[in-house]
Write a protein of this length. Structure first.
Length: 353
C-alpha cells in the first residue's frame, strides 16, 4: 500500500486534502511505484495521511483518522498514518510512506511497527509530493526487519548486501524522555549486548528548530496556492499561514545550522557507526487529546534533526512498562542504510526470547 502523496498512474494524488479532491489522475507512476511493479509487487491501495503531510498526529477530519490497530484510542502518528496502520493491521506485507520531519518513524513508533527513513537521495522522489524538498524521503513500513530489508531492496537502487557487524558499537545519545520510554530503550540496548558508549549531540535542539524553519518554507512554497480554495482543514490552514511568515534570514540561519549539525552527527558517527535514542519522548497521545497539531509538534523532537542532516534513521518497536508503544531509533552515516538495517535486524534477533 502506498501513501497518497505518491503518484500511481490512473489515480489522483490528493494528499488527504479536500483542497485536492478534484485533482486529475496521475499520468505516470512515481519512480518508487514503478520499481515496486517491476519487482513483482501488487499494489492493493493508497493510504490516507495527515493532510498535506503537514502534521504529526495522523488526525484528519476529511478522510477520517485511521484507528491504531495495536493500541486502540492512541493516535496513529503522522503524517504517514494510513501506511503505518495498514501494516500494523496486517492489510499488506509492507507499505510506503514519506518522512520530512519524522513522518515514517513517528507513526511506526505509535503503531508498533518498523519504519525506515533512508539516506536523503537514496530513494527517488520523482512523482512524490511536494516536488521540491531538501528534507523529504520515501521509506517503507513493515512488521519485521526481513520484510523492511526486502522492501528497501525493491525501492533503493543498489541496496545490499548487508555488511558484517564485526566491531560495531552503538553511541547512545542522551535525551530528555519519559522515564518509562527511556527505560525501555536502555533495557533493549543492554540486552542486545552491543558495545555502548554515551555520545552527546548538543546541537539537536537547534537542529530541530532549523528543521521546522525549512519545512515551513518548503511546505509554504508547495501548498500556499491551496489556501485560496477555502478547503484546507482549519488546523493545517493555520499552520500553513504561519509558515508563510518564515523570513529569508531565518532560512539562512537554518541552513547554517544544517551544516553545523551535519558535521556534529558525522563526527559522532566516526566514533560509533550507529547512534541510538528513543524515537519519541513520550507515549503516543490519546486521539481525543491531540486535536491541536501545533501543540503536539514536539513529539518530533528526536526525529526531525535527522531530516535536516539527511542521515538514515530507523524506528524499532518496543513496549514500555505501561504496555504502550515505544520506538528505539537508530541512526547511521549517510549512505550506510545497509549497515543500519543489518544492526537493527541483529538487535531485534538478540531481543527475541
Amino acid at each position: 500500500m502506498v501513501k497518497d502523496t505518491i503518484d500511481i498512474a490512473g489515480y489522483p494524488t490528493r494528499a488527504s486534502s479536500r483542497a485536492l479532491e478534484e485533482a486529475p489522475d496521475a499520468t505516470r507512476n512515481a519512480d518508487v511505484v514503478q520499481a515496486l511493479l517491476d519487482g513483482g509487487c501488487r499494489i492493493i491501495g493508497k493510504t490516507s495521511l495527515h493532510e498535506l503531510a503537514f502534521g504529526t498526529t495522523g488526525i484528519n477530519a476529511w478522510t477520517g483518522t485511521p484507528d491504531n490497530p495495536l493500541y486502540p484510542g492512541r493516535i496513529p502518528g503522522g503524517s504517514s498514518s494510513g501506511s503505518a496502520t495498514a501494516v500494523a493491521a496486517g492489510l499488506c506485507d509492507f507499505s510506503l510512506g514519506t518522512d520530512t520531519g519524522g513522518s515514517v518513524r513517528i507513526p511506526a513508533a505509535c503503531c508498533g511497527v518498523f519504519g525506515l527513513k533512508p539516506s536523503f537521495g537514496r530513494v527517488s522522489r520523482r512523482g512524490v509530493m511536494p516536488e521540491q524538498s531538501t528534507l523529504d524521503c520515501v521509506g517503507p513500513f513493515a512488521r519485521d526487519m526481513d520484510m523492511l530489508i526486502e522492501a528497501m531492496g525493491l525501492i533503493a537502487p543498489g541496496f545490499g548486501p548487508l555488511p558484517s557487524l564485526e566491531g560495531v558499537r552503538i553511541g547512545v545519545v542522551p535525551v530528555q524522555a519519559l522515564d518509562e520510554v527511556q527505560f525501555a530503550v536502555d533495557a533493549a540496548l543492554a540486552r542486545a549486548d552491543f558495545p555502548l558508549r554515551s555520545v552527546p549531540l548538543p546541537g539537536m535542539r537547534a537542529a530541530y528548530d532549523a528543521g521546522l524553519t525549512v519545512i515551513n518554507r518548503e511546505t509554504w512554497n508547495a501548498c500556499r496556492h491551496l489556501l485560496a480554495s477555502g478547503k484546507v482543514g482549519a488546523d493545517i490552514a493555520g499552520r500553513l499561514e504561519a509558515a508563510g511568515t518564515t523570513t529569508d534570514e531565518a532560512l539562512a540561519a537554518a541552513e547554517a545550522c544544517r551544516a553545523a549539525f551535519t558535521a556534529e552527527v558525522d563526527a559522532a558517527l566516526a566514533q560509533c557507526p550507529i547512534l541510538a535514542m528513543p524515537t519519541m519522548p513520550d507515549y503516543p497521545l490519546l486521539a481525543v487529546d491531540a486535536a491541536d497539531t501545533r501543540a503536539v509538534i514536539g513529539m518530533t523532537a528526536f526525529v526531525r534533526p535527522f531530516n535536516l542532516t539527511g542521515h538514515p534513521a530507523l524506528s524499532i518497536p518496543l513496549v514500555g512498562a505501561s504496555q504502550l508503544p515505544v520506538g528505539l531509533q537508530l541512526i547511521a552515516a549517510k549512505g550506510a542504510d545497509e549497515l543500519l538495517c543489518a544492526v537493527a535486524r541483529e538487535l531485534v534477533r538478540r531481543l527475541e526470547p
